[in-house]
Design a protein around this ligand. Structure first.
Ligand code: V47
Length: 437
């Protein structure tokens, strides 16, 4: 490894600045935007596998570019998706992963709160949302009920460091509901990190309550918001958005929320929902748009590819991605997104075994203990709703990696001998592996 490589690939991106995003014009930004203007080959079918004609880029040429710390192009990304040899692709992604993080594999102790599933949007991939408050299975937690989730963890002596909050777009809740939700959680545990509200929710609040994005974020931050989760990005391409999520914020609006958040010094994550009707080109375009924003702001911490789950939604005729498609997507993401520090294998939706394997295909993070996840379980995820930290540590060690407990901002909470015992506590592990229906 030479210095040039480690400088470009191993270092974290610049921290968010208060500069205007428009001011940035690094060579890589210019190169990126040159490849972003459109799709060279518009897809002709709905299947990712069928839509790409063979690329002229050889895998060896792309490998050389990566080793020389050159920024990959759109065509390189498509060629990586078309590369048939999964193990070769994985080994290259692993090379980059190890250059950035060595064996270190992160997890955290967190709690998910999905405070309401009432949602004005009608995303066709979603099994969680209910359009009307009175619909069967529609729910909205009272503030006390939501706060009670944290009180229960505190009472159990569970040292969680993060609450992840993602909700439907409820037409009837006041802005005070959201600020009070955050403020009440902070009152219960002032040190807790609140990673709350996707860009889609923040954009919705701005429109509904007649505020600017900055105004919404300022008020939420005053109430306790610490960072923003990566959901709602889906696939940026208008062709796909029109078919799967036509009535929520578009790609530019999603990116603008994150741009404003980064400018204000808030960190955020980013996602891509894959394995439905999108093409390989559209996945690559999505990742490159994230990379271009990251070049400007440096505010993304983690990229999370989200595997589509087809149960109980309008796209249930689709099969969902295969295991190979999952691993390929992780590897391509690690290679294309050189400027986003972490790639997360979200075990809840990827499945525990694939998530563990993804640690050798570019991923360096497994997310957390999670607890009470609803979005994927309503879409048919067969994983448990909670995993005990002992079990996460065991999965990471068993994969030949080094577990590191982190907080949301990747400060180390515990590692090495300070980590929980590597001997699984049988009863708790067994309980954590029960599938909660
Ligand atoms: O935006 C919804 C996805 C997202 C389905 O920032 C589905 O650390 C698959 O924001 N199949 C919300 N995916 C989840 C989210 C998230 C998750 C994990 C970590 C982080 C983070 C953020 O879930 C939605 C949508 O893309 N989703 N339905 C489904 N049927």
């Amino acid at each position: 490894m030479n210095d040039q490589n480690s400088g470009t690939l191993a270092g974290f991106p610049r921290p968010p600045t208060t500069d205007s995003a428009e001011q940035s014009s690094s060579p890589s930004t210019r190169q990126n935007s040159g490849t972003l203007a459109g799709f060279p080959r518009p897809p002709t079918t709905d299947s990712a596998e069928q839509s790409s004609s063979p690329s002229t880029r050889s895998f060896g040429q792309i490998r050389d570019k990566i080793r020389a710390a050159e920024v990959l192009s759109f065509e390189d990304g498509v060629a990586l998706y078309q590369h048939r040899n999964l193990m070769e692709l994985g080994a290259l992604a692993n090379e980059v992963r190890e250059r950035m993080h060595g064996d270190r594999t992160y997890f955290n102790r967190n709690l998910h709160i999905n405070a309401t599933n009432v949602c004005e949007a009608s995303c066709r991939f979603c099994s969680f949302a209910r359009l009307q408050p009175g619909d069967t299975a529609a729910y909205t937690m009272s503030l006390d009920e939501a706060w009670g989730k944290l009180r229960a963890r505190v009472a159990a002596g569970d040292p969680i460091t993060e609450i992840h909050i993602v909700n439907g777009l409820h037409p009837g809740l006041s802005f005070d509901y959201y600020t009070e939700l955050l403020a009440g959680l902070k009152r219960i545990q002032p040190s807790i990190h609140l990673k709350a509200f996707t860009a889609v929710e923040i954009f919705y609040f701005a429109k509904k309550f007649g505020m600017t994005i900055e105004g919404v974020l300022t008020a939420l931050r005053a109430a306790g918001l610490d960072s923003i989760p990566g959901g709602g990005a889906e696939i940026f391409a208008p062709r796909v958005r029109k078919k799967i999520c036509d009535d929520k914020c578009n790609a530019d609006e999603w990116l603008e929320v994150h741009r404003v958040a980064h400018r204000m010094g808030l960190r955020s994550n980013c996602t891509m929902l894959y394995g439905h009707i999108e093409s390989a080109e559209e996945r690559v375009d999505h990742m490159l748009r994230l990379r271009a924003l990251q070049d400007q702001t440096g505010g993304f911490q983690t990229f999370i590819p989200l595997a589509f789950h087809p149960d109980n939604n309008a796209l249930m005729k689709l099969p969902g991605p295969t295991g190979v498609e999952d691993l390929r997507t992780y590897a391509v993401a690690r290679l294309l997104l050189h400027n986003i520090p972490h790639v997360k294998a979200y075990w809840i939706m990827l499945g525990i075994k694939t998530a563990q394997t993804a640690l050798w295909f570019g991923a360096d993070d497994l997310d957390g203990t999670v607890q009470e996840e609803r979005i994927y379980h309503m879409a048919g995820a067969a994983t448990p709703q909670v995993m005990h930290p002992t079990e996460i540590v065991r999965l990471i060690q068993n994969a030949g990696r080094t577990p590191v407990e982190r907080d949301t901002l990747y400060n180390v909470v515990a590692e090495g001998a300070a980590l929980i015992s590597d001997k699984p506590f049988r009863r708790e592990v067994r309980r954590s592996l029960e599938v909660v229906s």
